[in-house]
Design a protein around this ligand. Structure first.
Ligand code: PTT
Length: 612
């Protein structure tokens, strides 16, 4: 089989055993890799309704057929599990050398099961078909931040290894703890770090050896050509200067920059934290392996230490909290990276606490723009050391349920995942994208907003639902299954056809928009079935954005008075369901399951809900 390594490495932490299994070729054919493998494995292997923090949950690490090949930005890894934050399917896409080493060793997927008796880290290596997995004692590392842990492990094992790890937040089961690599790459927003922590697993290290076999030897030349094409795009030089951080100025202009817990779409001090400010203060850039578009812009924080920034981090820890100072934002970002927490959820959680304090719902609260207190509370969350830290560490959905009905109106999440950094008072299509994302409110499956702003942001048209499905199929269906970075396509405009050609050269299999759409529909529908099975029921309310955007209009800026229209939104949702072949509740129809080859889902799903 070309393009895939053909091996699955299954590791049982409870029994301290491992086994190398053959990859089922039909899995490769029907689900490609990455998210496809994760969704199918979690459906097949998890007991329905399992507690995400119990040993019965599984952590999946999966590459895809284009991962680590000599093509633009290919050093990516998909991490997935049942999420302790949302209770549904969760995944993230992290840049790490571990992906490269997995490919060298011919491992397409690792499945981590059980729970180690004591804090443990895994060291994995191979010589051809011979694998070694050491279950090493990590008691000395438990409690250490991610930067120190990485340094120590590299001193012990050399720096030519691949490694992912967790920080104190993951160990203490903060529900939005992430998996971290290379001091600043963070993946698995819906609490994949907490799943690792629940398994007493501090780190996974791998030294893989071997070559990836591809169908067409011309792939190398094609990859070089794709790199040249990427670098010659007109937008490339500006991208290299500012990366995603230039989005701050764009979002301000478009009134979508989350400000004061998504109450407004513009922030007075946006220039101080914008792309030009980052460019001026930048000391270096950081990137994933095999990257030609480094997106991690590093500036010095308030302690003169380096911190890596992206747009999401700046908006969520800056404007959303009323903090208009780049070094302060950078420091909050560094805390998140060192502790192993997601910056988007951290920013949303702090913003929620600020609004709750303003409304008198929290006693020992935190005021808008209070940086010192934000640092304190962020650390309390990571270390789970105060009542407030413990409350917020469960995420805004759980915290709002404790604070009462008023709080649920400004808890900015969908399905329990805090919303990424786009205010949607005047962006119904983007609100739909957040609300139908397969992991909860993340932007990665469809960044509809720039298209929507140009196209007519106040419209509620079928075209928006169609565009959303098209985008999801490309971003979620292609990039999360071939497992490479989408930035060459999305940010500088490398034509999609490159990926189809590279896929063909790697695997010998054909791929075009039509085949992609079938595979993608299959994966989105399987993931929806997983959510329904785990929740035991389904309701359109789970696919609806927070009340604030419907009820509380923007009070400033050129779009003053704008808010979402509830009936208009429901129309968009109906069209979306129809396009996916799901019924009016958002549950896949029986005929859709059969058409997509998901017949195996019917018995379990049918035992939870009536299928139409
Ligand atoms: C992603 C999410 C994002 S999306 C950002 S900024 W972005 C935040 N970054 C964080 C960070 O940094 N530190 C931290 N402690 N938490 C953070 N949380 C947030 O995590 C990321 C890049 C980026 S930067 C983006 S958009 C693209 N995402 C891709 C994707 O999802 N799929 C894909 N095939 N290619 C992508 N390329 C780009 O990769 P999650 P990373 Mg991340 C400091 O993982 O869970 O998806 O959350 O992985 O290696 O950092 O790369 O403006």
């Amino acid at each position: 089989m070309f393009g895939w390594g053909g091996r699955v490495l299954r590791i049982d932490l409870s029994k301290r055993r491992f086994i190398v299994q053959s990859l089922d070729p039909s899995l490769a054919q029907n689900y490609i890799g990455g998210r496809g493998f994760a969704a199918k494995t979690l459906w097949d292997e998890l007991p329905p309704g399992v507690d995400p923090l119990s040993p019965l949950n599984k952590l999946i690490l999966a590459v895809g057929p284009l991962t680590a090949l000599p093509i633009p930005n290919s050093g990516k890894l998909l991490v997935a599990s049942k999420s302790p934050l949302t209770g549904g399917y969760g995944d993230g896409n992290i840049g790490t050398w571990l992906a490269v080493h997995m490919r060298r060793a011919g491992i397409d997927m690792m499945i981590i099961e059980g729970k180690a008796e004591k804090p443990t880290y895994l060291y994995i290596e191979n010589k051809g078909d011979e694998f070694r997995v050491d279950f090493n004692n990590a008691e000395d590392l438990w409690g250490l931040d991610t930067f120190t842990t990485e340094d120590k492990l590299k001193t012990m094992h050399g720096s030519d290894v691949g490694m992912v790890l967790i920080g104190p937040a993951g160990e203490r089961l903060v529900r939005f703890a992430t998996i971290v690599a290379q001091k600043g790459r963070s993946g698995g927003r819906p609490g994949m770090g907490a799943v690792m922590g629940s398994k007493n697993l501090k780190a996974i290290i791998m030294r893989g050896q071997g070559d990836v076999k591809v169908a067409d030897p011309m792939l190398r030349k094609m990859g070089v050509d794709a790199i040249v094409a990427t670098k010659s795009k007109p937008n490339y030089p500006f991208w290299m200067r500012q990366g995603t951080t230039s989005t701050v100025e764009w979002a301000q202009e478009a009134s979508v920059l989350p400000t004061y817990n998504y109450t407004e779409g513009q922030f007075d001090d946006y220039e101080k934290i914008g792309g030009f400010s980052v460019e001026k203060n930048k000391v270096m850039t950081r990137s994933c392996p095999q990257c030609v578009m480094a997106c991690g812009h590093v500036v010095k924080d308030t302690e003169n230490e380096p911190a890596e920034l992206d747009y999401e981090n700046i908006a969520m820890l800056g404007s959303n909290l009323g903090i208009g100072d780049l070094a302060k934002v950078a420091h909050l970002n560094r805390i998140a990276d060192m502790m192993g927490m997601d910056t988007i959820s951290l920013g949303s959680t702090l913003g929620f606490a600020m609004e709750a304090s303003e409304r008198g719902l929290l006693k020992e609260g935190i005021e808008w723009g209070d940086y010192k207190r934000a640092v304190e509370v962020a650390t309390d969350i990571a270390l789970q050391r105060t009542e407030l830290g413990k409350l917020l560490g469960k995420g805004v959905r759980a915290a709002s349920m404790v604070l009462g009905p008023e709080a649920t109106e400004f808890a900015m999440h969908v399905k329990g995942l805090e919303i990424s950094a786009y205010d949607c008072h005047a962006a119904p299509g983007m609100a739909l994208a957040f609300s139908t994302s397969p992991i909860g409110a993340h932007h990665k499956d469809a960044w509809l907003i720039s298209w929507e702003v140009q196209r007519g942001r106040f419209d509620y048209t079928r075209e928006k639902a169609e565009k959303l499905v098209e985008m999801q199929n490309i971003r979620g269906g292609l990039f999360e299954t071939i497992v490479t970075c989408r930035f060459p396509w999305v940010e500088v405009g490398l034509e999609l056809d490159w990926y189809f050609r590279l896929f063909r050269a790697a695997t010998g299999m054909d791929m075009n928009m039509e085949t992609l759409s079938t595979i993608s529909n299959r994966i989105y529908t399987l993931i929806r079935a997983f959510w329904v099975r785990e929740y035991g029921h389904w309701d359109r309310a789970y696919d609806t954005p927070p009340q604030k955007w419907f009820k509380r209009p923007l009070s400033r800026g050129p779009l003053r008075g704008a808010k979402l229209d509830y009936d208009g939104y429901q129309r968009l949702l109906n069209w979306y369901y129809e396009l996916r072949g799901w019924d009016e509740r958002g549950i896949p129809r029986k005929e859709t399951l059969i058409r997509l080859g998901l017949n195996f889902v019917i018995p379990q799903l049918g035992s939870k809900v009536n299928l139409n």
